[in-house]
Design a protein around this ligand. Structure first.
Ligand code: NAD
Ligand code: UDP
Length: 359
């Protein structure tokens, strides 16, 4: 019987396994740090804490039983980056690869403040890549997004769907992907894996790590959990007249722990890859409507979620979900956690930490 592709490869980390994790104090970064440490890597975190949490990193340390090296600063700071790469090398643990989460991520804010987004997401990544070149670090795993695809021509999105972002945030991700494509073409040792995330939700099953948005959440799942915990009176459902299963928007929700594990697999892939650049969807391959997610959450949590229908949110598409087959073929990765797992873990996090990482 042929061995399924996802069982075929399992590489342990390289003997020197120091990594730089930018944006490691954020939502996806903290979950990924745990998986990286479990896989044997030694991550060094660089975060400016503009949207990250020191307490979250303390919780990662306590869950992992591992002390993290944390540097507070920006990916736009050339001197700091050079000093970090040099110091790691001088202490006998040169950085082998970079997992790059740091950036700004709100679509709406990117429309209002496009220059901030180009500065942090594009110029910041260029500064990082230049420092990597000086330090002879050849490998990067980059947080891209399904937003790069723009208006869907067909569903599911495959990686060959045209790249046509419709907002500045999506454009920053598409531009960085192009920079990484060119960077890989320029040198045979360069490796860049762009992970195009679909909709990460949920939390670590311990209830100790999760998403802690500032102010009113823009995204559906944290809004639902805040209604459930009594912080918001009801959910506004944006649009009930889409050509979807029940008229509400459909997305591919993926458990943040599955997403985190995808980064470990991407690093393993970089070490055996023979070509430089690759872009890979990380999704489940399943679409879920707003009402389906809401009902699943109500069932799992036992909390009623009052909701009201509102007009469509400008810029939203009716539905999108991933074709995740490239991830399975190349990385040996497949999402395994269910929508119920996402709801149960997200509810545990929100109910145990009603104010996120704040007291
Ligand atoms: P997050 O805001 O929780 O984490 C980003 C981290 O980067 C934060 O800790 C923040 O303090 C830090 N940061 C911001 N600017 C920085 C800078 N100049 N220098 C150093 N650190 C800086 O976001 P997240 O949800 O964990 O997302 C991580 C990455 O994944 C982002 O690049 C985001 O665009 C991308 N992404 C996220 C989603 C999502 O739905 N969460 C979807 C697709 C892609
Ligand atoms: N949505 C909603 N109410 C909210 C936030 C989002 O009905 O308060 C809908 C939104 O219109 C979309 C889906 O939920 O159909 C997912 O939205 P989210 O912002 O979480 O992700 P994205 O649109 O970026 O994929």
């Amino acid at each position: 019987m042929p061995i399924p592709s996802f069982q075929r490869f399992h590489l342990p980390p390289a003997s020197n396994s120091s990594l730089l994790v930018t944006g490691g104090a954020g939502y996806i970064g903290t979950h990924t740090l745990l998986e990286l440490i479990r896989a044997g890597y030694q991550p060094v975190v660089l975060d400016d804490f503009s949207n990250g949490s020191h307490l979250a990193l303390k919780r990662v340390e306590s869950l992992a039983g591992h002390t993290l090296q944390v540097v507070e600063g920006s990916i736009t700071d050339t001197g700091l980056l050079d000093a970090m790469f040099s110091s790691a090398a001088e202490h006998g643990s040169p950085i082998q690869a970079v997992v790059h989460f740091a950036g700004l991520k709100s679509v709406g804010e990117s429309v209002a403040k496009p220059l901030d987004y180009y500065q942090t997401n594009v110029a910041g990544t260029l500064t990082l890549l230049q420092a990597m070149e000086r330090a002879h670090v050849h490998t990067i795993v980059f947080s891209s997004s399904a937003t790069v695809y723009g208006i869907p021509l067909a569903q599911p999105y495959t990686e060959s769907h045209p790249i046509a972002p419709v907002n500045p945030y999506g454009s920053t991700k598409a531009i960085v992907e192009q920079i990484l494509r060119d960077w890989c073409a320029a040198h045979p040792a360069h490796r860049a894996t762009c992970l195009r995330y679909f909709n990460p939700i949920g939390a670590h099953p311990s209830g100790m790590l999760g998403e802690a948005p500032e102010g009113i959440p823009n995204n559906l799942f944290p809004f639902i959990t805040q209604v459930a915990v009594g912080k918001r009176p009801h959910l506004n459902v944006f649009g009930n007249d889409y050509p979807t299963v029940d008229g509400t928007g459909v997305r591919d929700y993926i458990h943040v722990v599955d997403l985190a594990i995808g980064h470990v697999k991407a690093l393993e892939h970089s070490r055996r890859a023979t070509t430089g650049f690759v872009a890979i969807n990380l999704g489940t391959g399943r679409g879920t409507s707003v009402l389906e997610l809401l009902h699943a959450f109500q069932t799992v949590s036992g909390q009623a979620i009052p909701y009201e229908f509102q007009p469509r949110r400008p810029g939203d598409i009716a539905e999108c979900w991933a074709d995740p087959s490239t991830a399975e073929a190349l990385l040996g990765w497949k999402a395994t956690r269910t929508l119920e797992d996402m709801c149960a873990d997200g509810w545990r996090w929100q109910s145990q930490n009603p104010n996120g990482y704040e007291p």
